[in-house]
Design a protein around this ligand. Structure first.
Ligand SMILES: Cc1ncc(COP(=O)(O)O)c(C=O)c1O
Length: 358
């Protein structure tokens, strides 16, 4: 079977599995089930006339607002067409150079590196080590790399790299002119130690953000990048003009201002994760050390039966995310989203059924 590259494609999966009629709950995408914020539709309708004009090519208003909220200067931030554009722009900055990617990781880093002809070294984390960073190996590799891609919290494991580890890598990177590109697409889901203050100290740091996941707006396309003024200046030069549409750009600061929505999401996530973790671990399943709205799952008693588990869940109306295109996993685990209480309860009931039949 040719597995799709990304999650969140239930219709395609139903077609592939020849079950078009089946009702499935989509646990394969990692979007916030509480979103989008209620006010968003009203605001988009109110601002629709933005579509009648070219946006300001510098997105000055939203850039300033975002910079103010992040406590950095306007010249250190670049609005992008989703986190995906931020990944491709950051990668182009290192065109033809040497990259390291820590796996398992979001597949677009590898795709962007191949697109811009970077020479890639794969560095693997493992289930046995709870997907922690292999710090010694990384510190040794840095002199041979121009850029290291990290995802914090990581997709697909949900593991958060500590600020202390990041600082250690940045420090070593400074000595060897090695940059760190850190994708923080899911960072708002977890109370975390912010990395933005490090931008002042480390010109070799590039932070990438996406508004897609937290606010459940995959169709709007919004993200941004934060780095030194010199890096942003150069990257801005090769961004496609009007890459971010006027409506998206107008909405960006309003989304970031809605702190209540983020707080509500964080407390919902803590509650649901606690319940899921309690069930999953007491029933002999492996659950990755995730702090975000998705996690890796494996049946500890039958680790080789992940594909059978995938099919079992699907037949019972749950679409999980396969992990065939994550290096270092190659299908060995499933990635599941944390969904609403009712949906998570359904997942628990089906996992119980799986356990009972074994
Ligand atoms: C880690 C990570 N970064 C970036 C993206 C892309 O985000 P966007 O939809 O904002 O382009 C994704 C989407 O799945 C992701 O998982």
């Amino acid at each position: 079977m040719k597995w799709p590259e990304h999650g969140g494609q239930p219709e395609m999966m139903k077609k592939l599995l020849k079950a078009e009629e089946l009702e499935v709950l989509d646990f394969s995408a990692n979007l916030n089930p509480l979103g989008p914020p209620q006010w968003l539709q009203r605001e988009l309708e109110a601002q629709w006339k933005k579509l009648l004009y070219y946006p300001d090519p510098n997105y000055s208003f939203s850039t300033s607002a975002l910079a103010w909220m992040e406590r950095i200067r306007d010249k250190e931030i670049l609005l992008t067409n989703g986190g995906a554009e931020a990944i491709f722009l950051a990668t182009k900055y290192f065109e033809g150079k040497r990259a390291g990617i820590v796996h398992p990781a979001f597949s677009e880093y590898d795709r962007a590196c191949r697109h811009y002809h970077l020479q890639v070294t794969d560095i693997l984390t493992s289930h046995e080590e709870d997907f922690r960073l292999p710090m010694n190996q990384l510190l040794e590799s840095l002199p041979d790399l121009d850029v290291l891609f990290l995802c914090r919290p990581n997709n697909p494991t949900g593991v958060v790299i500590s600020k202390a580890e990041i600082k250690m890598l940045l420090e070593q990177g400074l000595h060897h002119q090695t940059f760190l590109v850190i994708d923080e697409a899911f960072v708002d889901f977890v109370p975390h130690e912010a990395l933005t203050p490090l931008l002042k100290e480390y010109p070799n740091l590039i932070l990438l953000r996406s508004l897609t996941k937290m606010y459940t707006i995959p169709g709007l396309r919004l993200g941004y990048m934060m780095a030194s003024e010199a890096v942003i200046n150069e990257i801005k030069d090769f961004q496609i003009p009007w890459s971010v549409n006027g409506l998206a750009s107008a909405i960006a600061p309003l989304l970031l201002k809605d702190k209540n929505f983020v707080a509500k999401t964080v407390s919902w996530l803590e509650e649901e994760t606690r319940k899921l973790r309690a069930f999953i671990e007491s029933n002999d399943f492996y659950l990755s050390n995730s702090s975000v709205n998705f996690y890796l799952l494996q049946d500890k008693r039958n680790p080789e039966k992940t594909e059978t588990l995938f099919t079992f869940l699907f037949q019972h109306g749950i679409l999980a995310r396969h992990t065939h295109n994550f290096k270092g996993l190659e299908g060995s685990h499933l990635r599941l989203a944390v969904r609403s209480e009712e949906e998570n309860d359904k997942l628990i009931a089906i996992l119980k059924k799986w356990r009972e039949q074994k």
